[in-house]
Design a protein around this ligand. Structure first.
Ligand code: SAH
Length: 245
């Protein structure tokens, strides 16, 4: 069944769709009146609807039922990601969205080769498309880039949930991730994982993170590219504490 993202609040009888979404439904999905269409609002609700009228400019769809998605993982996981060059951030955002990430916080670190990007709207579209493709009801929140030190000085309360358990992935040290997960055991606390940019975290950044409650963890002896580390870290966390596999 064709599925589109529309950030609507709780809807009642009919959903009115205009603009590029209407054009997409009419010309790309080639829907017609009478067809079924699922609309998800990115915050947990999926509306099963039947199209009652459709043009390239406007679609009116009647709500048949509202379902709470079964595709959202139980783990509230955030990724703090050192800004990456080129389209590597696109890849990390797409893959971690499929893996069930809840929030992505791009950070500028000492070794970031990218300081500002103006790509946040692009990243949010990538997250939206990935959520639609994999059948999620939620779309991960993508923060505007923050300076890593500010994340700590804000005491990260404005961007990370209360009581978050935070891990910083450090190829030059840290305990084995497995040992850290064994120590944590099964829990429904929110988690944040921090992965550096291409040049990695500086030691003083890791020490500052530890001073703010982060645990430095290792993914083993091989040095992974940042995008590999981010996708792997999220997959392991979702396998260990979420609903992957
Ligand atoms: N400093 C390395 C590259 C860092 S890789 C070099 O100069 O080649 C980018 C990020 O991926 C790191 O900051 C870290 O967060 C993560 N990462 C890569 N390999 C890792 C490993 N074996 N253990 C933990 N984190 C790793």
């Amino acid at each position: 069944m064709p599925r589109i993202f529309l950030p609507i609040e709780n809807s009642h009888e009919t959903i009115h769709i205009t603009g590029e979404k209407a054009h997409y439904i009419a010309t790309v999905l080639r829907c017609r009146a009478g067809d079924s269409l699922t609309v998800f609002n990115g915050r947990g609700a999926s509306y099963k609807t039947v199209i009652v009228s459709i043009t390239k400019k406007k679609v009116v769809s009647e709500v048949v039922s509202i379902t709470k998605s079964e595709t959202e993982p139980p783990l509230d996981l955030a990724l703090i990601q050192g800004l990456l060059k080129g389209d590597k951030m696109d890849l990390v955002i797409q893959k971690t969205t499929e893996l069930g990430i809840n929030r992505i916080i791009p950070v500028v670190t000492e070794r970031s080769q990218v300081r500002s990007t103006g790509k946040t709207a692009r990243w949010r579209k990538i997250a939206e498309d990935a959520s639609r493709q994999c059948g999620r009801a939620n779309v991960p929140l993508i923060n505007d880039p923050l300076v890593l030190k500010d994340l700590f000085s804000l005491n990260h309360q404005s961007v990370l949930p209360e009581e978050v358990s935070s891990l910083i992935f450090w190829e030059d040290g840290g305990i084995r991730l497995q040992d850290s997960l064994d120590n944590i055991g099964r829990t429904n606390r929110p988690f944040a994982v921090a992965v550096g940019p291409e040049g990695g975290f500086r030691e003083d950044e890791v020490r500052m993170a530890e001073a703010h409650g982060f645990t430095a963890v290792s993914l083993g002896s091989r040095i992974l590219r940042a995008e590999t580390a981010a996708i792997t870290a999220v997959a392991i966390m979702q396998f260990s504490l979420g609903d992957l596999g």
